[in-house]
Design a protein around this ligand. Structure first.
Ligand code: SAH
Ligand code: SF4
Length: 347
């Protein structure tokens, strides 16, 4: 499983082979990703057979939606951990949403991943292999009307990336230093692990940062995002401001719209103040249903009114379209199909 090796350390895996073989392999793994080691045409069959299995997971299910422009993979690690990734194609963009953990320990009330609890951290190689797999898919199979390579990677699948800091850091390092992706094309989405934001501030890369806020005062936020009790809003805002000061990358604030919970004028007013101070862009997402969530999505009218209120106060705001709702690939739904063996692809 070569992705579980450090890219700089592939000579060890190919012991006994001339050293240029490691360079060739590094190219295949991280530059010209391919779905199968048999596609690594300049490597002798004997070397290729030593690379199997190529991926650190099996592809247990693959589904597509939105006319083939959304594709979800359920990968299964040998220990049974489920890893999900979703590829979303657009005319000039291909965005991959990746997982950083199997499950999540943070228990946000409205999130399917959180509701099922924490399984384990993903290794750096398991994170970066999701990216390489999607690259290989785009290059060798392709998606209608979509570039043949990834343009963006977002840590918005399962898990809290800053709760798995060192492995996520190493995955980001490989994407930038070995795969050649630009830091700004990578977005780390966090629910607000303040020490993690501070560490990320000290890294050399200006990756994009998204903060999942969902509520603009501590009383409300602590009820839907439990980690807010540990890292309250004032601390979170200070850490996010520090990131912006250092990187000069526009922050985004994610806000899942829940009927009667966080779609009030009062919340819009408080959110506008925070977003203005942080120079942040606000993304509004209607809540996607999950089995254990009591909250329901805000109505379209409520979302429009909320967006207008933010706009009136000078805040940049986007209402995000949901991709992949019918295949449970939308935000917060990634965990739904896991643990249902025998799932058949619906491609
Ligand atoms: N743990 C990180 C990244 C994964 S969650 C975080 O929370 O930011 C990715 C995004 O999906 C977050 O903004 C999260 O709040 C949002 N999300 C979770 N459950 C959702 C749901 N049921 N409907 C819509 N968005 C949801
Ligand atoms: Fe974890 Fe993010 Fe879901 Fe909260 S929203 S439970 S932090 S994955």
């Amino acid at each position: 499983m070569p992705y579980l090796h450090q890219p700089e350390d592939l000579d060890n895996l190919l012991e006994g082979e001339p050293s240029y073989r490691a360079d060739q392999l590094r190219d295949w793994l991280y530059r010209t990703s391919v779905l199968s080691s048999t596609d690594m045409t300049n490597l002798p069959a004997e070397v290729r057979s030593r690379l199997d299995p190529l991926w650190p997971f099996d592809v247990e299910a693959e589904q597509s939606a939105d006319g083939g422009t959304t594709r979800k993979w359920l990968f299964r690690a040998p220990d049974g951990a489920a890893i999900e990734a979703v590829l979303m194609g657009y005319p000039r963009r291909a965005t991959l949403c990746i997982s950083s953990q199997a499950g999540c320990a943070l228990g946000c009330t409205f999130c399917a991943t959180g509701q099922f609890g924490f399984e384990r951290h993903l290794e750096a190689g398991e994170i970066v292999a999701q990216v390489a797999y999607a690259q290989a898919f785009l290059r060798q199979i392709g998606m209608p009307g979509t570039p043949d390579h990834l343009t963006n990677v977002v840590f918005m699948g399962m898990g809290e990336p800053l709760a798995n800091y060192d492995r996520v850091r190493e995955a980001i390092r490989r994407m930038i230093e070995v795969m050649g992706m630009s830091a700004r094309s990578i977005t780390v989405s966090t629910v607000g692990i303040v020490p993690g934001i501070r560490r990320l501030t000290d890294e050399p890369w200006p990756v994009s940062l998204a903060v999942s806020l969902h509520a603009a005062d501590d009383d409300l936020r602590s009820t839907i995002v439990p980690i807010n009790r540990r890292y309250p809003l004032a601390d979170l805002e200070e850490a996010a401001a520090g990131y912006f000061e250092k990187k000069r990358r526009r922050l985004s604030i994610e806000w899942t719209m829940m009927d009667g919970v966080n779609d009030t004028t009062d919340q819009a007013t408080k959110l506008a103040a925070i977003a203005s101070r942080l120079h942040a862009h606000v993304n509004l997402i209607a809540l996607n249903p999950t089995p254990l969530t009591e909250e329901t999505a805000s109505s379209e009218r409520a979302i429009d009114a909320f967006a207008r209120e933010l706009g009136r106060r000078g805040v940049n705001v986007t209402v995000r379209n949901t991709r992949g709702r019918n295949i449970d690939a939308a935000c917060g739904q990634l965990r739904l199909l896991v643990g249902k063996p025998g799932l058949k692809p619906r491609v």
